[in-house]
Every structure is written in C-alpha cells, then in structure tokens.
Write a protein that binds this ligand. Structure first.
Ligand code: SF4
Length: 354
C-alpha cells in the first residue's frame, strides 16, 4: 500500500544517467544470499525491519568494518558498484510486501555500505531509495559514518517524521580515528554535522561503535565523547563493543600497530568463534564487556543522555536491549540484566590468522 498520493520529488540529486555502468541487480546483502530482492530481512533488530544497501562495496577503509569489505583488501577502498534503479526496485518490493500484508515497519539503509559516501552515484541512489520509501509510507533508519550531504538533507527535511539517522562514532580521539577509520571525516565534524538534522526535527542517535578496550573505553574517553555528544544536542547513544569476524580479524591484523594488535590478540585469544544470526564472530570477554558497558552507561547518564547497549551485538550483557527504534522510538533507559542463553560455540579459529 502506498502511503502518499504524490510522488516525492528527486530534484535534490539528479539520478538520470548514474546507473549506466552497471547491468542488472547485484547480490547486495550478505545477510541472506539466497534472497534476490533488494530488501532483506535483518536479524536481531525486530521482525518487521528490512535492510538494504545502495551499493556493493564501500569506498571507506575502516579496519573495524564488519561488513566483510576489508579483510584481504585492507587499505584498498572498494569502488562502490551502485545498484541500478534502486528506487524503482524498492517501490516494487514494498508494494509486493504490502500486497501480502507484510509491509515492513522500517527500512534500515546502510548495512554493509555507507549511503552517504561522497560519490554522486551513491548519493543519487540513496535519494531514489528515500523517495521510494517515503512514497510507500515506510520510515527509514539510516546508518552512516559520513557527513550528511546537503543534497540529501534537503530530501530528508521533506519527511522528518519518517527518518532516523544513526551516526557511528568511535570517540573523540583523532589519533584513534586515523588508525581505525582513516578515510572518514573527523569525529567532531561528524557530530556537528548532526545539528542541521536535529534543527529540522529529524531524530538522531549516536552509535558508539566499536568500543575497544584501552583505546576508547576509559572513563576519560567516554566522558569526552558523551560531553561532545550532549553539547551538539544529541539525546541518545547506543553502545557496541568491537566484535571480530574472520575478515575483521584480518584487516585489524594488517592495520594495527604491533603493540595494539598483540593487546587485542590477548583479549580475544581465549574466546570462541560463535555462530550468530549475523554470521561467525568473536566477542570480547564477557566480564570486560559488562564492566565497560556499565562504565559507559553511567558516564552517559551523568551528562543526561539516554543510553543503551545494542542487543544485536551483545545479547548476553547487562543492560543489553533491542534498540528504541524497534520499540517504537520510546525513550531509552538502561534495562536490568537480561539473561540470554549463549550462542553455541563452533570450532576455534586462529585469531589473526591471515
Ligand atoms: S563506512 Fe561503514 S561500511 Fe564503509 S568501511 Fe566504514 S564501517 Fe565499513
């Protein structure tokens, strides 16, 4: 069922000839390779959510990326291959889903590729998808680590009640950002870039990810970050510690200084690889995550932020909960300990084995 009688205008970005290099649909999402649609179910974030990317590949070179884009290609940006006619495909799929009574509650845009990369083709496709979602009456949750481009901002402002922007930031230390996210804008710039969104009434959340022991999870680091977050006017933060996938282990191994690599190797070394709805991964020791999250939640509370631990990444820790977006955007407060059975361990893989 379409939500509006009038089509959303795409005048902000001209999408005319931007898809001519690509033929046919791409297997965009890795969460469910058996599905060929552009909209894919997302595990762990509420049943009615679907996810999508406008491109295969990401031109950013974050070494912590869990999107499977780094690994052997560490340091080499992947030229994004943009989905052809992404907006039209989203429209068709939303109509088909509505036809069988399964219209999604929201679309998560930016699962393994950033929708705000400064690439005209990516931005044109992002605008097409946003317009299609707005026309279909389905809200969009946008996950990014980039500045929100002016052209897209104009479109977002036309439907502020149908958008939620989630900005990923590690912390305020530029030195850490240079190692982990060398091609992205500095953290403070990303935070300040949220102001125009909030001024337009668009809800935003800062996602502090990945938290890494002794890199950005000390009390001083967290206080500095949360003060900056509160200062720009953001009210909500969600937290997620670093998790390893086999690809992330490779890119960290290649991109980190030796001392730092050895420290992480020691921390992850005794933990098993686990199968989860998000794929094979390894978490930091539970005690360390529990203590770190408690420290972070307390620190966030002190400056008046609503904070939560992402239950998709850490289903087993104190305070973990499904994000507020999946709960209807209710205010987020740290929840009581929720005990979830541990995911079955699979075979033990070498930590940073290349
Ligand atoms: S911007 Fe996001 S998708 Fe792109 S490399 Fe960084 S973490 Fe991965």
């Amino acid at each position: 069922m379409r939500g509006g009688s009038k089509k959303t205008s795409l005048t902000h970005v001209q999408a005319s000839d931007t898809f001519s290099l690509v033929n046919g649909a791409l297997p965009l999402l890795r969460t469910d390779p058996s599905r060929h649609g552009i909209l894919q179910p997302i595990s762990g974030c509420g049943e009615a959510q679907v996810g999508m990317d406008v491109a295969e590949g990401c031109a950013a070179t974050c070494i912590h990326c869990t999107g499977g884009l780094a690994g052997d290609k560490y340091g080499q940006p992947t030229a994004p291959v943009v989905e052809r006619e992404a907006g039209a495909k989203v429209s068709r799929e939303l109509e088909a889903l509505a036809g069988v009574g399964r219209r999604p509650a929201r679309i998560r845009l930016g699962v393994v590729s950033d929708p705000f990369l400064p690439d005209p083709k990516v931005l044109a496709a992002t605008c097409e998808v946003l317009a299609a979602a707005f026309d279909g009456g389905v809200p969009v949750e946008i996950h990014t680590r980039s500045m929100v481009p002016e052209a897209v901002l104009g479109l977002l402002k036309t439907h502020p009640h149908m958008v939620h922007v989630v900005m990923g930031v590690m912390g305020m230390r530029d030195s850490a950002a240079r190692v982990y996210e060398p091609s992205l804008p500095p953290p403070l710039g990303r935070l300040k870039g949220l102001r125009p969104l909030m001024a337009a009434g668009i809800p935003v959340t800062v996602r502090v990810e990945p938290l890494i022991p002794l890199v950005n999870d000390t009390e001083a680091d967290l206080e500095e970050l949360f003060s900056a977050v509160a200062k720009v006017g953001v009210k909500r933060v969600e937290l997620a510690y670093l998790q390893l996938t086999p690809d992330t282990a490779k890119s960290l191994s290649r991109g980190l200084p030796r001392m730092h690599r050895e420290m992480l190797k020691g921390l992850f070394g005794q933990e098993p690889w686990r199968e989860s709805p998000q794929g094979t991964r390894k978490l930091l020791p539970r005690m360390l995550r529990d203590a770190g999250y408690e420290r972070a939640l307390e620190s966030a509370r002190r400056v008046g932020l609503y904070a939560s631990v992402c239950a998709t990444v850490d289903p087993d820790v104190k305070g973990a909960r499904v994000c507020h977006r999946a709960l209807g955007d209710a205010p987020v407060v740290p929840a009581a300990r929720k005990s979830t059975p541990p995911v079955a361990a699979t075979q033990q893989l070498g930590l940073f084995k290349g």
